[in-house]
Design a protein around this ligand. Structure first.
Ligand code: ASP
Length: 325
């Protein structure tokens, strides 16, 4: 059976169209099919690429139902012996959340490569076709594994990738460690080791998390919100969320995890009411340092929000690490 790569389409700007080739911002995302995107890049000599449309959305609107379908299809294709890797076309806005979800649930031994674009398919200098070609090259690289993101010639790990710019084509960054590698003329030049299949928090619980995600109706996923500690912060927002039934809170805290004094009593009351509160930094890079750093020390606020939601879904792992800072 020939080596096969499966490319799953979910929408995004990479599949977006505008009425003018000069327009890089006034476009509609998720218009072209993944088969169309694939037709725009040279064929893989020596293997087969299968295309499948899993969703067609602007990733700003990503949610539990589309995630469930995606997890299901990735797991299905990963289990096929002839499939060497899976590529997923995605929007840039929530790419890092989907990357984290797939890494945590599947901890894949074969590569799962997310690819996106900052410019629509109709743009004068569209970045999508080159990014897709690079993603396919990474997916067929011997030894590749884990969930990766490929954009602007760089390869990022799911645990580290962050969108750091709203406009430029090289909008993604890996923080302190730098990218895993770069793709040059279809060849990956790797600077660091492939991710451990267990990359990220709590690896051993992946099967339990996947089972919980796939069997819990999308509308029943626990409600977890992010709040930010900032100058002139007030506790009223936290109180309102708790009164409305929020099930978990992530505080995007200042600096090394500090929280405004006006927010603290409301957070402590939330913990006392049984709502887990996690802290991470609102800084763009780095991790919380020190003995009280807590479970979300190395996570971005949106990664922490998803992680807390997963742990509440599969409570075998404790989600009660209350940490009101
Ligand atoms: N709003 C778009 C999306 O995330 C942005 C992009 O893909 O660049 O789907």
């Amino acid at each position: 059976m020939p080596s096969t790569i499966v490319i799953l389409g979910t929408g995004g700007t990479i599949a977006g169209t505008a009425s003018s080739a000069q327009d890089n911002v006034g476009y509609t995302a998720a218009q072209r099919t993944v088969a169309d995107l694939l037709a725009a890049v040279p064929a893989w000599v020596g293997g087969v690429v299968e295309a499948e449309q899993v969703a067609q959305l602007d990733s700003k609107d990503m949610g539990a139902a589309a995630w469930q379908r995606l997890v299901q299809r990735v797991a299905h294709h990963q289990a096929r012996p002839e499939v060497t890797g899976v590529v997923i076309t995605h929007g840039t806005d929530t790419l890092e959340e989907t990357a984290w979800l797939l890494q945590r649930l599947l901890a894949p031994a074969k590569p799962v490569v997310l690819v996106a674009a900052m410019r629509p398919a109709t743009a004068l200098a569209a970045d999508g076709p080159q990014n897709l070609l690079d993603a396919l090259a990474v997916a067929r690289t011997a030894g590749a594994r884990g969930v990766l993101a490929v954009l602007a010639g760089q390869v990022h790990l799911a645990s580290e990738v962050r969108k750091v710019h709203p406009y430029r084509p090289d909008a993604f960054d890996s923080g302190d460690g730098g990218p895993l590698g770069v793709v040059e003329e279809g060849v990956l030049r790797r600077f660091r080791n492939w991710p451990d299949p267990a990359d990220g928090a709590g690896a051993g619980d992946a099967p339990a998390l996947a089972a919980a995600v796939l069997t819990t109706a999308a509308e029943s996923w626990p409600w977890v919100e992010i709040i930010t500690s900032h100058a002139a912060a007030r506790g009223d927002g936290v109180q309102a969320l708790v009164a409305a039934g929020v099930q978990g809170l992530v505080v995007a805290a200042t600096g090394n995890g500090t929280v405004h004094q006006a927010l603290k009593p409301a957070l402590e009351a939330a913990v006392a009411a049984g709502v887990p509160v996690w802290r991470c930094s609102r800084c763009a890079q780095g991790v919380l340092v020190g003995p009280d750093a807590g479970p979300a020390a190395a996570m971005s606020p949106w990664q922490a929000r998803l992680e807390l939601q997963l742990r509440l879904l599969a409570p075998a792992r404790s989600a009660t690490a209350a940490d009101a800072g």
